[in-house]
Design a binder for this molecule. Structure first.
Ligand SMILES: [Zn+2]
Length: 271
């Protein structure tokens, strides 16, 4: 029970404090984002343990690097923040993984919750890299539902390069988690991470293209996923109110976790 051990807490605080300070210094995330990351990281560390935490850190660092690259290459992307992550983004991407880590720590159930954890992480990781790398695509992306060309940054927009980005994210996560942890065999880890990541990122795009609320600015006329544009409340033109990019991200990680659990059950019963 790692969460009852005072040393685990001390270790978590020390390591997180270092990452916290580096993140502030290099402006990886804003203050809200860094605080939310600290809480998510802490809970995952004490309940899930070191291996859970290492997988999370891999996701965090790789996402930060790719966001920095994208911001440098493509400065002006409609609907995307400046590249620093806010607390809503951290919570939407991290809450499912956090719950899986808590469930694993409290129940002592090793496999299924660890798989759910990896599934949630894989979904968030794949989607983040698909977005960041997809935005480097020089041509217009296509909407996942109708396949018509849309502006970069449109919810539900997909590119081959984006899917390739997702695959890079999943491969990194699979290589790291199979190296640090031996709960699953190498091919099991790859099956769990690739199935959940692909399902998660596709669900993310499908929800983005359909139910996510889209707005039209009353001043400049631009279509946006943000309810406020040019300093004014924009008019809602599509989707369901309150379903925003964060809701969509969250649902995708839940689907990723469920997919991973189903795949794991299947793999362990057919062994
Ligand atoms: Zn506007």
């Amino acid at each position: 029970m790692s969460y009852l051990d005072p040393l685990t807490h001390l270790e978590a605080i020390t390591i997180l404090a270092i990452i916290f300070l580096l993140s502030i210094k290099f402006k990886f995330v804003d203050v809200g984002g860094v605080t939310a990351s600290f809480v998510v990281g802490y809970v995952i560390y004490v309940f899930g343990g070191r291996n859970y935490f290492l997988a999370l850190i891999a996701f965090y660092l790789v996402s930060v690097v790719f966001t920095k690259i994208r911001v440098r290459k493509v400065r002006e992307v409609e609907n995307k923040e400046s590249g620093i992550r806010g607390w809503r983004n951290v919570v939407a991407n991290g809450i499912t993984a956090t719950i899986a880590a808590i469930a694993s720590g409290l129940s002592g159930e090793e496999k299924i919750f660890y798989a759910a954890y990896l599934g949630a992480l894989s979904s968030a990781f794949a989607d983040t890299l698909a977005t960041e790398i997809g935005l480097l695509y020089p041509k217009m992306p296509r909407l996942i539902t109708s396949m018509r060309k849309v502006k970069p940054g449109t919810p539900g927009a997909v590119t081959t390069l984006g899917y390739l980005g997702g695959l890079i994210g999943m491969t990194i996560l699979a290589l790291i988690s199979s190296t640090i942890d031996r709960k699953f065999t190498l091919h099991e880890v790859f099956a769990i991470i690739f199935s959940s990541g692909l399902v998660g990122m596709t669900v993310d795009s499908l929800l983005g293209a359909t139910v996510q609320a889209k707005y039209r600015c009353r001043i400049c006329g631009k279509k946006t996923e943000s309810p406020i544009h040019c300093g004014l409340r924009a008019e809602q033109v599509e989707g369901i109110e309150y379903i925003n990019t964060h809701t969509v991200n969250f649902v995708a990680t839940v689907i990723g976790a469920v997919t991973a659990s189903i795949v794991t059950t299947f793999l362990t019963t057919t062994r």
